[in-house]
Design a protein around this ligand. Structure first.
Ligand code: DP6
Length: 449
């Protein structure tokens, strides 16, 4: 009877968001457990515009663990995937390396948590923990665009596995083992990753500071910059910074603790002036620590610097902080603004970085600029993935001559590929509709079989 209750195949699908830090994480004190040298704070972006979807399935018929990323089979043995999925190979105090049931695990993987909750035994009425697992994961945005995807990816993996095993506890600690910034994608709105004090990492967790509904006017524009891929990955880059940058040490010890407290107050008060200024300063200091790294690391490009200068001219013209930029380990700009600023600033970006119209089968620049992505856009001129402005609708704005003269200096055609308009959003979501599973009943990817 116990055997009959065992399910042959179980499947769960979740989605998870991207997040953008306004107080940056850069540097680990423990590279294996992924423990940071400073706390960080981020805004979770809305999944209507940017999300990862992951299906996790377990079946008695699967002969090996398998993983597909955007339809292509990938290495399921990757240590960071294993850190989330299984028990890990890390020698543990009092435990045996690779011992699958070692109770001394510093950071439990999803399956270990599941086993613990079931009192160490196999609960035959639910999913067997010995079944192999298939995982399929897809982004709804182009990976090549260089938008942070590992945070959403690992948050989604952990969420889908947790659903599969029926776990309800908070799992930012497990997501952190995939990618540090992933722990912040386990919540919506405004999220702090506490650095924690313990060497075992059990207090290095993400906490929601405020939900996405807290600041309804806040908007986010992702300016996707054309061209090159990032030269140094964040994992390698931050390690070199930890080893060589005295500025990073000072930042982690002195600057970030003060800034974190300030940023929490600005968010609490919905003070855009304070929030924006501090976000820009913290992005700039992060990139300064990259320059202080030896050999130095450069993530900002000429286009990034053009955008920075543009934002400062725009704010100076208005006499206060209307837009704030932040950049991660790549050249794309993320701009924060309040809703009433978006149309005007988007027009300023359009004029400063006129979209390349080369080979535009839809005719002249007027129809492109005037209608596409703007108010009255019927959606018929170009498909959404070709528009210059994507995501949430953007109204049209007429720029005054003074504004154009003061702000739009030396346009750089084609430098910005497109703008994605989004807003703060919720944390990981369960996808109820079984037709949305990325894996078929045979346990293989549906769309890319
Ligand atoms: C610049 O989380 O990608 O985006 O922990 O090594 O996976 P690992 O690094 P990752 O680093 C993100 C760095 C950042 C700043 C931030 O998101 O806080």
């Amino acid at each position: 009877a116990a055997m009959a209750a065992e399910r042959a195949l179980a499947m769960a699908t979740c989605t998870a968001p991207v997040n953008i830090a306004v107080i940056k994480y850069w540097g680990k004190r423990d590279t294996d457990l992924i423990l940071p040298i400073n706390s960080s704070l981020s805004v979770t972006l809305h999944q209507d515009q940017l999300k990862t979807t992951t299906t996790a399935a377990a079946s008695r018929d699967f002969t090996e663990d398998r993983l597909w990323l955007n339809g292509k089979e990938a290495d399921v043995g990757h240590p960071r995937v294993q850190a989330c999925l299984r028990e890990g190979e890390r020698p543990l105090p009092g435990g045996v390396p690779g011992d699958p049931v070692s109770p001394d695990a510093a950071v439990p993987a999803v399956r270990r948590l599941a086993r613990k909750r079931r009192g160490g035994g196999e609960d035959t009425a639910t999913l067997s923990l010995s079944y192999k697992i298939h995982i399929a994961s897809e982004n709804n945005f182009p990976t090549a665009a260089g938008l942070a995807s590992s945070a959403a990816g690992y948050a989604c993996l952990v969420s889908a596995l947790a659903r599969l095993y029926g776990l309800e506890e908070e799992l930012s600690e497990v997501a952190r083992r995939g990618s540090g910034s992933a722990c912040r994608s386990m919540f919506g709105g405004f999220v702090q990753w506490q650095r924690g004090e313990r060497p075992d990492g059990t207090d290095s967790l993400a906490l929601q500071v405020a939900p996405e509904t807290h600041w309804p006017e806040l908007r986010v524009l992702v300016l996707v910059v054309s061209g090159e891929k990032k030269p140094v990955g964040s994992t390698a880059g931050m390690q070199t910074s930890v080893e060589t940058s005295p500025l990073l040490k000072h930042r982690a010890e002195v600057v970030v603790p003060e800034r974190l407290a300030q940023m929490m107050r600005h968010i609490r008060d919905r003070d855009f002036e304070g929030f924006g200024q501090l976000a820009m300063r913290d992005s700039n200091q992060f990139h300064a620590t990259c320059l202080d790294t030896f050999p130095p690391i450069f993530y900002l490009t000429d286009v990034s610097r053009h955008i920075i200068a543009l934002a400062h001219r725009y704010n100076a013209h208005h006499g206060h902080t209307k837009v704030a930029y932040t950049f991660d380990a790549g050249p794309n700009a993320v701009i924060f603004a309040l809703a009433d600023t978006v149309a005007e600033f988007v027009e300023v970006v359009r004029r400063s970085f006129p979209p390349a119209t080369n080979g535009d089968q839809y005719g002249n620049a007027t129809s492109y600029w005037g209608r596409v992505g703007g108010a009255g856009d019927t959606g018929t001129e170009r498909s959404p993935r070709h528009r210059f402005v994507r995501g949430l609708p953007v109204g049209s704005a007429a720029l005054s001559q003074e504004l154009v003269a003061a702000v739009v200096t030396e346009p750089v055609p084609g430098a910005v590929q497109y703008i994605l308009h989004t807003q703060p959003g919720p944390g990981p979501q369960l996808v109820d509709d079984p037709s949305q599973h990325l894996l078929g009943a045979d346990g293989l990817p549906r769309s890319h079989a």
